[in-house]
Design a protein around this ligand. Structure first.
Ligand SMILES: NC(=O)c1ccc[n+]([C@@H]2O[C@H](COP(=O)([O-])OP(=O)(O)OC[C@H]3O[C@@H](n4cnc5c(N)ncnc54)[C@H](O)[C@@H]3O)[C@@H](O)[C@H]2O)c1
Ligand SMILES: O=C(O)[C@H]1O[C@H](OP(=O)(O)OP(=O)(O)OC[C@H]2O[C@@H](n3ccc(=O)[nH]c3=O)[C@H](O)[C@@H]2O)[C@H](O)[C@@H](O)[C@H]1O
Length: 377
């Protein structure tokens, strides 16, 4: 097969199909532990998708990845993550969520027990530049995926990434799952909130088991170049200035930065407790779980303090350019209440920002070849 899909920002082609391809998909989905699961991981070449795929494979679950390798940020980093996954026996199929034929084919070849849905147009501020990419991946792509899941026999349980941004202009802290989420500050947040409503209907009508995870600003090795901790590191090392946004009345912005390994534990805990979907072939046969969890660190840090930590790890002073928050969709602070996830599957983050950034910086220096330079170790 040859499929041509609109990835939101460019057209590209991807080859799939054929006996050899099917064999690769089956091999990748093979389960190597008793009671294990076979998981379709969307967004597998992304930051979180790579880490979750590796963790599942490591414990003996079957994993097949799907990613469209779009150019929202440097696709060569996505290709490098794919190579890493390949070296661990994980196949990443190149294709778009909106390619219903490809998704149907994948479900024909493998009876996936779970879908870990991480593919999305991420990033808060980019929504002002390219709003349609959010509709394409986070709304249309989500519905295409759910349509396939609902019709699959057996239906998989679906765990997917929502976002802390759904709390929007909510001022009650810490943010709890029962708090208001009807005042989004960005189109990104609005599409994630819409995703929570859309998944609810598939749970209600078709009996799909649904778990939405509200991640709080995730960081770590193999991370996303568009995020502050990553772009600050790049600029500091290149001697370029960094722009730090400041809130109303000169108040510093703060985030509940969460280390990737803690997020991975939360994803696996969610998969393990997701229960079963109750429908088959598009018909509901009973009630299935619909759950939403915060996955944060419960320890917000101000952005200037993030920069202080990076300076210490990099042993380079940042050139700070402090500007008022430009009204680009950012919220002033985030802070997760994680008691629900703690109760349901023992979620307990263990990495503080200082420790997590040290691991990120070590990876960054090695990945971008800084290790042989003086003064950076
Ligand atoms: N990293 C964070 O801080 C954070 C916080 C909250 C929520 N999230 C959510 O977690 C998920 C993973 O985020 P991430 O940080 O790994 O982002 P990422 O951009 O690194 O990963 C997403 C991957 O999905 C792929 N993708 C996008 N649209 C697609 C489409 N239509 N079809 C197929 N593949 C597509 C991209 O190529 C990318 O590799 C996303 O849903 C994101 O919105 C992330
Ligand atoms: O938890 C989420 O739901 C979201 O997490 C992440 O968003 P954010 O928390 O906005 O992370 P990030 O961009 O790293 O900015 C961090 C801080 O640095 C400030 N910031 C940013 C850039 C800059 O140049 N200057 C600056 O001060 C900025 O104002 C902010 O205060 C994901 O990207 C997003 O996909 C989403 O899912």
């Amino acid at each position: 097969f040859q499929s041509f899909v609109d990835s939101g920002s460019r057209y590209f082609s991807a080859s799939w199909g054929g006996i050899q391809w099917e064999k690769q998909v089956r091999n990748s989905a093979q389960i190597h532990r008793s009671g294990g699961m076979s998981v379709l991981v969307t967004g597998a070449a992304g930051f979180v998708g790579t880490h979750v795929s590796l963790a599942l494979k490591k414990r003996g679950d079957g994993v097949v990845g799907l990613d469209n390798f779009n150019n929202y940020y440097d696709p060569s980093l996505k290709k490098a993550r794919k190579s890493l996954l390949n070296s661990h026996g994980i196949l990443v199929v190149e294709g778009d969520l909106n390619d219903a034929k490809l998704l149907a084919k994948l479900f024909d070849v493998v009876a996936f027990t779970h879908v870990m849905h991480l593919a999305a147009q991420a990033g808060v501020r980019y929504a002002m530049e390219n709003p349609n990419s959010y509709v394409h991946s986070n709304i249309a792509g989500l519905v295409t995926l759910l349509e396939i899941c609902k019709s699959a026999n057996p239906q998989p349980a679906v765990v997917w990434a929502s976002s802390s941004s759904v709390y929007g202009l909510n001022e009650k802290v810490p943010f709890s799952e029962a708090d208001r989420t009807d005042q989004p500050a960005s189109l990104y947040a609005a599409t994630k909130k819409a995703g929570e409503e859309i998944t609810h209907t598939y749970n209600h009508i078709y009996g799909l088991s649904i778990t939405g995870l509200r991640f709080f600003t995730v960081y770590g090795p193999w991370g996303r170049p568009d995020m502050a901790y990553f772009s600050f590191t790049r600029n500091i090392l290149q001697g370029k200035p960094i722009t730090i946004y400041r809130g109303k009345n000169r108040v510093d912005l703060a985030r509940d930065f969460t280390y990737i390994d803690d997020i991975v534990k939360g994803c696996l805990g969610s998969l393990d407790t997701s229960g079963k979907s109750t429908g088959s072939g598009g018909k509901k046969k009973g009630n299935a779980p619909y759950r939403i969890f915060n996955l944060g660190n419960t320890s917000p840090v101000k952005v200037p303090e993030l920069v202080n930590i990076l300076e210490r790890h990099l042993k380079v002073k940042a050139k700070r350019n402090i500007v008022d928050m430009p009204g680009n969709g950012d919220v002033p602070f985030t802070h997760a209440n994680i008691s629900l996830a703690q109760r349901e599957f023992g979620y307990k983050p263990t990495t503080d920002l200082q420790t997590g950034l040290k691991k990120f910086v070590r990876w960054y220096l090695s990945y971008y070849g800084y290790n042989n330079r003086k003064g950076l170790q």
